[in-house]
Design a protein around this ligand. Structure first.
Ligand code: SF4
Length: 342
């Protein structure tokens, strides 16, 4: 599934000059080996790289920033062993299994819509949904539809064809399922299911007409080559949205002792993914506060990002929604379909 790509850059051509011509002018994403050249750039080129990624995003996506809210319908107790995840029931992590009731779900959707968000994502920590969870989701979607004007996304793990069809019939607009990392690194991250099982879910979701949201986590011990491979995997998938997370090592998980990615490496990666995926919604997701610090949001948005998640993430506290929204106003970046309650 991974495209084998050969760099078209002669040694004498600077990768950023090449990217300016190929990605900015023609809208063609960088290949795997070209992304690797970008990831290998020295820190002295970081500013030029971020500026180029920002220009690419402005030219091919426009100035709007998409805002999404996210709510956990079922938290913790997952049977899978994703080594970064504090919601796995297999590790000594502090997240307990819990369910959210429908009135709380509707209230969260209302608050999300008030913040100007256009998308509300219902998430459950499961391998895949069972009949009880799908019934809860169906009831939740109907209750939200009756009271709130917002598009609904779901993230419920791996799906069968029948479940894909059920979600499409419920009117789910977008489905999130992350590949998490490159195909070659995946067995070091998850052992209870395969990368191909995840890929199959994504293929069925696309074929059913739902938008595909698929990203992953950087800083899970992958090499730069594997990070470039992951960008190429995503380019092959052509998702509508890519949420990029940085590992926030959670105590009690197998990755609890990994080092946080240095800020310059994280920013370089964001920009490299933008150059590989010029037209995709690239969303800042979890883990960015600890990796990038306070300035991270600003540099990331100027470096190719065009979507944010507001408020709390699933298991850790994110920045307050207001500070993200104030930042967008400071940067004069309009929120897509800005809700008039803001
Ligand atoms: S990432 Fe998802 S599938 Fe993996 S352990 Fe966490 S909740 Fe379960």
């Amino acid at each position: 599934m991974t495209p084998t790509s050969v760099s078209t850059a002669p040694a004498s051509i600077d990768i950023l000059d090449l990217a300016r011509e190929q990605v900015l002018e023609r809208g063609e994403g960088l290949s795997e080996s070209q992304v690797l050249d970008v990831l290998r750039l020295g820190d002295e080129r970081l500013e030029d790289l971020l500026a180029l990624a920002h220009d690419v995003r402005m030219k091919w996506c426009g100035p709007e920033v998409e805002v999404e809210g996210i709510i956990s319908l079922k938290t913790g107790g997952c049977p899978e062993d994703c080594h970064f995840c504090s919601q796995s029931g297999l590790f000594q992590s502090p997240v307990r299994a819990a369910w959210l009731d429908i009135p709380s779900l509707v209230e969260a959707a209302k608050q999300t819509a008030k913040s100007g968000a256009t998308e509300f994502c219902i998430v459950a920590a499961v391998r895949g949904p069972d009949a009880k969870l799908l019934a809860q989701v169906a009831a939740g979607i109907e209750a939200i539809r009756n009271e709130v004007d917002i598009q609904i996304a779901c993230s419920l793990g791996m799906l069968t064809q029948e479940q894909v069809d059920q979600l499409a019939a419920m009117g789910v607009h977008r489905y999130n399922h992350n590949l998490e990392t490159s195909k070659s690194h995946f067995p070091n991250v998850v052992t209870t299911h395969t990368w191909d099982e995840r890929w199959n879910t994504l293929r069925m979701v696309r074929e059913a007409g739902m938008e595909v949201c698929c990203g992953g986590i950087l800083g899970m011990g992958e090499t730069l080559e594997q990070r470039a491979e992951f960008a190429a995997n995503l380019a092959e998938l052509e998702p509508d949205e890519v949420p990029l997370n940085f590992l926030n090592p959670r105590p009690g998980t197998p990755f609890g002792d990994l080092e946080v990615l240095p800020a310059s490496e994280a920013l370089k990666s964001v920009a490299a993914f933008r150059l590989a995926l010029p037209r995709t919604i690239l969303r800042f997701a979890g883990g960015r506060e600890i990796t990038l610090g306070d300035l991270g949001a600003k540099q990331g948005i100027l470096g190719g990002i065009n979507a944010v998640i507001v408020g709390n993430y699933l298991t850790t506290l994110g920045r307050p929604a207001e500070s993200d929204l104030d930042l967008l106003i400071d940067l004069q970046m309009p929120i897509k379909a800005l809700n008039d309650t803001l």
